[in-house]
Design a protein around this ligand. Structure first.
Ligand SMILES: [Zn+2]
Length: 245
């Protein structure tokens, strides 16, 4: 059990006290047996408890983790700024990403706001919401349209950070890609699972990504409903999870 810390020490102490009281009430052992036995029993109980916690944590490691790009809001991804992106109006390279959704204002995000790396765009996103804002002249604009290979690269840049063990052969499942007028829906998962059908390689939470053709914006979907639900939601609200908010 690799999690011995002060709160757990208190827990052991409380468990020992409870066991001591129970032993005293329900047995006629001498008080000394009770005093010696209680800490041993409570440590044993704690060991089982933390083993169960470890088991769950190991299970959770197989869940697709949040990408670093996801840190800004729980809803919308940060986009990767294309190299050499300049303001179309004043040519400045001081370009901020407009972040939509409700960000949890952490220190990190405060810093990105202070350094004019990002700016807030409000909690609603629409299909034509611009991605970038110039820090000098305030122009809001989109990056140029992208092709399918660039879209694949955008998704790959996110899933490569998932850091699944290599044997999972985690990849974009290109045969399942859905192409639409407005962009693509990319599915991804462990290649090994597809090849072997061995559920040892199954992962949870690997929701497909939507990438917009007109500006390369990456949008998260979900796994709670069939993909058609998220596509319809995107087409009607501009947000794959718009129905749920
Ligand atoms: Zn500008």
């Amino acid at each position: 059990m690799g999690r011995f810390n002060f709160p757990l020490f208190i827990l052991v102490f409380l468990m020992a006290a409870v066991i001591a009281i129970l032993l005293t009430i329900f047995t006629n052992w001498t008080i000394w047996i009770t005093i010696i036995l209680s800490p041993i029993l409570s440590f044993f109980g704690l060991f089982i408890f933390s083993s169960i916690v470890d088991l769950f944590e190991n299970y959770n490691q197989k869940t697709a983790p949040q990408s670093p790009q996801h840190k800004i809001t729980s809803y919308f991804y940060q986009s990767k700024k294309p190299d050499g992106l300049l303001c179309p109006s004043c040519n400045s390279d001081k370009i901020m990403e407009i972040v939509y959704g409700l960000p949890a204002i952490t220190k990190e995000i405060e810093q990105e706001l202070d350094n004019q790396k990002i700016t807030l765009g409000g909690c609603m996103i629409e299909q034509d919401s611009p991605m970038w804002a110039c820090a000098l002249c305030n122009l809001k604009f989109d990056s140029p349209p992208i092709n399918k290979n660039q879209a694949l690269q955008i998704v790959w840049d996110v899933i490569k950070d998932y850091n699944f063990p290599e044997e999972y052969e985690y990849k974009i499942i290109e045969s399942e890609t859905i192409e639409k007028e407005w962009g693509w829906v990319f599915f991804h998962g462990p290649g090994k699972l597809i090849k072997t059908n061995d559920f040892k390689y199954a992962v949870a939470g690997n929701a497909p990504y939507i990438v917009l053709r007109k500006n390369g914006r990456l949008l998260d979907t979900g796994t709670a409903y069939p993909i058609e639900h998220y596509i319809k939601s995107f087409e009607e609200t501009g947000d794959p999870n718009g129905f749920l908010r």
